[in-house]
Design a protein around this ligand. Structure first.
Ligand code: UDP
Length: 236
């Protein structure tokens, strides 16, 4: 089967994992996501997964805290999510490795680029945890960085909305969805969908970003994208 991308980074935000609860991990959502990942993996795509942590903790929540410490907490939150995803994937027979940007060897491998690529070549899903390992960054930036490092052809940026709108579609019913945007559009319009660091990293390395809805019931949108359907918003 012809796929339009053979190696991708799937970015799953923490918010997506929380489902309707808005906090913590909703295992119904995790199961839906992992079923989709299993299906596309069996189609032969090589996939790295970058997972966020906003369902547990975001650095900017720690208003009265030292920002670096608050960001360390955020990066640890991504590790919790990564282990939940790993468990759900392995229970489906999908081989995985978690690699963390902050060493915690009893729990996961440290991030080693060449090893990550080897895992992908062997058909394992690599889950990248602990962000970039640095405070003041986001997991969207991690997705851009890891995509550039492992030569991914695209970033599939899973959100709870089905693309990029000119205003928040959950608030404004007349919000307009874009089919396609340039990196510069995103930077100029100051859209909150992706931070500027992540956007410029993708721009410099010519990595397209597809913003789409991962948790639409009954549809595998990752598969639709890989089969060449134009869903969501493509940034290129
Ligand atoms: N974080 C960080 N450096 C990174 C990636 C993440 O400090 O390279 C921290 C930051 O505090 C962030 C939190 O981890 O708020 C969770 O990541 P993010 O907000 O990107 O998760 P998402 O919004 O995707 O759930």
């Amino acid at each position: 089967m012809d796929l339009i991308y053979n190696r991708i980074i799937l970015k799953i935000s923490g918010e997506a994992l929380a489902g309707k609860k808005g906090f913590g991990i909703d295992f119904d959502v995790v199961n839906i996501i992992c079923d989709q990942i299993k299906e596309v993996k069996e189609m032969g795509v090589e996939m790295g997964v970058v997972v966020g942590g906003g369902n547990i903790w975001r650095g900017r929540n720690g208003i009265s805290m030292d920002r670096t410490t608050a960001d360390h907490m955020g990066m640890l939150a991504t590790v919790i999510n990564a282990l939940a995803l790993q468990d759900a994937l392995e229970s489906r027979g999908v081989p995985t490795r978690v690699q963390t940007a902050i060493e915690m060897r009893q729990i996961a491998e440290p991030y080693i680029r060449r090893r990550a690529i080897r895992h992908l070549e062997k058909g394992r899903i690599v889950i990248f945890a602990a962000g970039t390992g640095n405070p003041f960054f986001s997991t969207d930036t991690t997705a851009a960085l890891r995509a550039a490092e492992i030569d991914a052809e695209a970033i599939l940026l899973a959100k709870r909305v089905d693309g990029i709108y000119d205003s928040d579609p959950l608030i404004n019913r007349n919000a307009k969805r874009f089919d396609s945007l340039s990196y510069i559009d995103i930077l100029n319009m100051n859209l909150s969908v992706m931070d500027s660091t992540a956007t410029s990293l993708c721009m410099d390395n010519k990595i397209p970003i597809i913003v789409f809805d991962l948790t639409q019931p009954g549809v595998n949108n990752i598969k639709r994208i890989l089969m060449g359907e134009n869903i969501g918003t493509i940034v290129k």
